[in-house]
Design a protein around this ligand. Structure first.
Ligand code: SF4
Length: 178
């Protein structure tokens, strides 16, 4: 699996612009052809993240090309150029999460409160309490929803098929275990 992920990364890194958009569109089209009508949702970057602002832009453009599929994605890259590209190019069929944890939560909340129309929030930590306090202090009223995989032994991929909370942009807590 690691080899495959490394290979995908190399491919994406070594092309740009239209070529990279085409590569991504080909992958999304393959997915669309293979998935059932009820399963047209695609989590981007199962492993990995935006490695540049240009790449973020190309991902946004490729998602827009396949409106039949609903995408969601998590990023820990809060670089201002990446944020700017997402804000400018994010299509309606993509829910773009900021992925916060105890180390980056303040920066994530800053990006979120500056761009509430663009991003959804998620938090990964042993419990949601530290995040809940900051969330409330930032004036946010929406509920923090636990990812069902916090409580069950099923894999998150399996749970997503039933849950789909991330496709609605809910604020989600992922519990980490010691
Ligand atoms: S199970 Fe639900 S909350 Fe958890 S990642 Fe999947 S869609 Fe999101």
């Amino acid at each position: 699996m690691r080899l495959k992920l490394d290979g995908n990364y190399e491919l994406l890194l070594n092309c740009s612009g239209k070529d990279r958009v085409k590569l991504l569109v080909n992958e999304f089209t393959r997915f669309l052809c293979e998935c059932g009508e009820d399963d047209r949702f695609y989590r981007l970057h199962w492993s990995g993240d935006f490695f540049s602002a240009d790449y973020a832009r190309d991902v946004m453009k490729a998602c827009k090309e396949i409106p039949e599929v609903r995408f969601w994605n998590f990023t820990r890259n809060f670089d201002k150029d990446v944020v700017r590209c997402i804000r400018r190019y994010k299509p309606d069929n993509l829910v773009q999460y900021l992925s916060a944890d105890p180390c980056n939560v303040r920066r994530a909340l800053q990006v979120y409160t500056e761009n509430p129309e663009t991003f959804a929030m998620s938090y990964m930590g042993e419990n949601a309490a530290p995040f809940a306090a900051l969330w409330k202090a930032a004036g946010q009223r929406s509920k923090i929803m636990p990812c069902p995989s916090n409580f069950k032994h099923n894999t998150v991929e399996y749970m997503c098929k039933k849950c789909r909370m991330c496709l609605k942009g809910k604020c989600v807590h992922f519990r980490t275990r010691r």
